[in-house]
Design a protein around this ligand. Structure first.
Ligand SMILES: [Zn+2]
Length: 280
């Protein structure tokens, strides 16, 4: 479903563009003056919008959110935008902590990271996904790549339109991922969500432009295609070698680019005899 012109009245989206599934008793009352000014983006971590809404409606579960966005772009509102929902938990950003009282929580249906078994990828609830629904990427808070469920274009479009109307209505000035305000504890929305581009377009502050040679949020990965590849201390064929050449197939993380050279980092994992390692 493509969301029609979104309108907010009395802190609820119109029923012509959103489904209402009111959740009561799972908020901390009204926001303070001039708040909310932030949007926090999440993924649900589950297989469907139904399971997410059921969880947020369950009085036993101490979690709630303002919005759930289904795979087809359907927007479901659970809590009015003037009340404090329970989506961020232990979190901090700048001088602030416990971001619930500053922010609107948008949960996008997505199982998060997946495990691969052959040509099938599985979520935590036995839900399965095909090759065209997954991507391999390194999370900004992690070192190793994992498999992630991609977000559907309908979800991205609905989320964008929703953020636009929330910005106009509430004067939102910040859009953050749960993984940015609760790093280590939370992985959502993760690397499948193009956060820099998304908030850059909405807030007109594309932070990836500030350091064009390094884009910390957009990790680039590569694989050595030469049979063996010299790795040097500088971007120059005359520069000293760092170590033995990298064999073909070695995966590398790309850190920088300069005059046809890439600065890369490689992580090799395996077991070695302890007597030949001096530990720092
Ligand atoms: Zn979250």
């Amino acid at each position: 479903m493509e969301p029609k012109q979104l309108k907010i009245q009395n802190h609820w989206l119109g029923t012509d563009s959103a489904v209402h599934e009111k959740v009561s008793g799972k908020d901390s009352g009204l926001f303070a003056d001039a708040l909310p000014d932030t949007i926090v983006i999440h993924y649900t971590g589950g297989p469907s919008a139904r399971s997410a809404v059921n969880t947020f409606r369950n009085p036993q579960v101490k979690a709630s959110a303002h919005i759930v966005i289904d795979y087809d772009g359907t927007i479901i509102q659970l809590i009015p935008f003037n009340r404090i929902a329970w989506h961020a938990g232990v979190s901090h950003w700048g001088d602030r902590h416990s971001l619930n009282r500053y922010s609107i929580g948008i949960e996008i249906v997505n199982p998060g990271y997946l495990t691969r078994s052959g040509s099938v990828w599985r979520g935590a609830y036995g839900d399965t996904y095909g090759e065209e629904q997954v991507m391999e990427a390194v999370h900004q808070n992690e070192a190793e790549p994992r498999w992630w469920r991609v977000f559907e274009p309908e979800q991205m479009q609905a989320c964008h339109q929703l953020c636009e109307v929330l910005m106009q209505t509430y004067g939102i000035t910040e859009i953050l991922g749960h993984d940015e305000i609760s790093p280590g504890r939370k992985q959502d929305p993760g690397p499948a969500f193009p956060m820099d581009r998304f908030r850059g377009r909405l807030l007109d502050t594309d932070r990836s432009d500030e350091t064009p040679e390094e884009k910390p949020r957009e990790r680039r990965q590569g694989t050595v295609t030469a049979s063996s590849l010299n790795i040097r201390k500088g971007p120059d064929a005359g520069s000293e070698r760092v170590t033995d050449p990298l064999p073909k197939g070695t995966s590398v993380r790309i850190l920088k680019e300069e005059n046809g050279w890439l600065e890369v980092e490689t992580v090799i994992r395996g077991w070695v005899s302890a007597q030949h390692i001096s530990e720092r």
